[in-house]
Write a protein that binds this ligand. Sequence first.
Ligand code: FMN
Length: 168
Amino acid sequence: MCRLIRKNIDITELRKTMGVWTTGVAVVTTRDSDDKPVGMTINSLVSISLTPALIGWCIDRGAASFDVFARCRVFSLSILSGDQFELAQRFATRGANKFEGIADAEGGGDVLIPGACAWVRCRLYRLVPLGDHLMLIGEVMDFANEGRLPLVFSRGAFVAPVNIEHAA
Ligand SMILES: Cc1cc2nc3c(=O)[nH]c(=O)nc-3n(C[C@H](O)[C@H](O)[C@H](O)COP(=O)(O)O)c2cc1C
């Protein structure tokens, strides 16, 4: 029988254990009140509902961009492709020049990452405070899917995607 760890939750061990839950990687972007682009790498993205079309993700209250995202009315997701791990690292680095070379950042509209495998634009539907994170639930306004293989994050590392077999 497996040995379950109970009580006095060891956060490091919990992160390690939940890190087995393998995900894609997205960059979420919005603009602050001065129209400056703001963005971060996330893997807490979850598809919630089809009717209405709702997706959600969670932001750490300690993130530098927390206040901007907590007040945003719209946000955009770029689901990164298998070759975009450098962008994933850049957008996970506080203080980095995150938008260097990203054309959309220059204008005033939504910032989508070129070369991503899919994009989803949302308007904020609901904010749900959850412990040390805040969940942002977005209603999907539009989306696109390029059919590229996505970047994968598993057990704390970026993993090269492989196609084994198509499910449904
Ligand atoms: C693969 C990966 C997934 C991440 N997922 C999340 C997430 O879902 N929510 C979150 O708040 N931070 C997440 N982070 C951490 C943020 O990207 C990181 O803290 C970033 O510096 C936050 O940006 P900011 O501090 O400039 O706002 C993730 C980092 C990596 C590498």
